[in-house]
Design a protein. Structure first.
Length: 195
């Protein structure tokens, strides 16, 4: 079970397990491989996986990380922020992008085939697009500046006076996304139930 020590090997094993279980399921259910809507299924799966990554990190940043970082003293922040935040924000940004792009592809695909629930999914999708705009237009640009300033402070460069404002701006945009995520998730799920 050495693969469990590395998250990327664990991720690969998860995909291998999923493929194995899909094959077993198809056999048990008597579904032929050609009978499934593989494109829609795979795009939806990508949308879910990326969405869980993105929104999971959004909740981590808002419910855990913001309070934790406030509790740290300056020298400890100088160690933690440059090591933790670039990787976490990388997964966060790319999770947002893949979620929204896969969602747009899925929306177009489903409704080209006469799917229902378009209004609910459209509302959820619009909220998701606004949230992704916040990630790429506000949160990430401000966090990049904070990370660079903290890394420079660890080397002895005084923090710029704007650093607190950069952090506050990123936090407010993140809190707006946290707020929007609640109705966004409702409407994403509602598309299958409110017709």
């Amino acid at each position: 079970m050495k693969f469990l020590e590395d998250p990327y090997q664990t991720l690969g094993a998860g995909f291998a397990l999923a493929v194995g279980l899909i094959v077993v399921y198809l056999g048990m259910a008597g579904v032929g491989a050609g009978d499934a809507d593989w494109f829609g299924l795979i795009v939806r799966w990508i949308h879910f996986l990326a969405g869980i990554t993105w929104i999971g990190l959004l909740y981590f940043f808002n419910l855990i990380n913001a309070g934790f970082l406030k509790s740290l003293d300056g020298p400890t922040k100088n160690i933690v922020i440059p090591k933790l935040m670039p990787a976490a924000l990388n997964w966060f940004r790319h999770g947002a992008t893949v979620t929204v792009l896969a969602g747009i592809v899925l929306y177009g695909y489903l409704y080209s085939k006469g799917g229902t629930g378009a209004l609910a999914l459209g509302i959820g999708g619009l909220l998701g697009i606004i949230m992704m705009g916040n990630v790429h237009g506000i949160i990430w640009p401000n966090q990049k500046k904070v990370i660079a300033a903290v890394a420079a402070a660890a080397q002895g460069t005084p923090a710029p006076p704007e650093m607190a404002q950069w952090g506050k701006t990123a936090l407010i945009a993140s809190r707006i996304n946290f707020l929007l995520s609640i109705p966004m998730l409702f409407f994403m799920g509602a598309g299958s139930h409110l017709k």
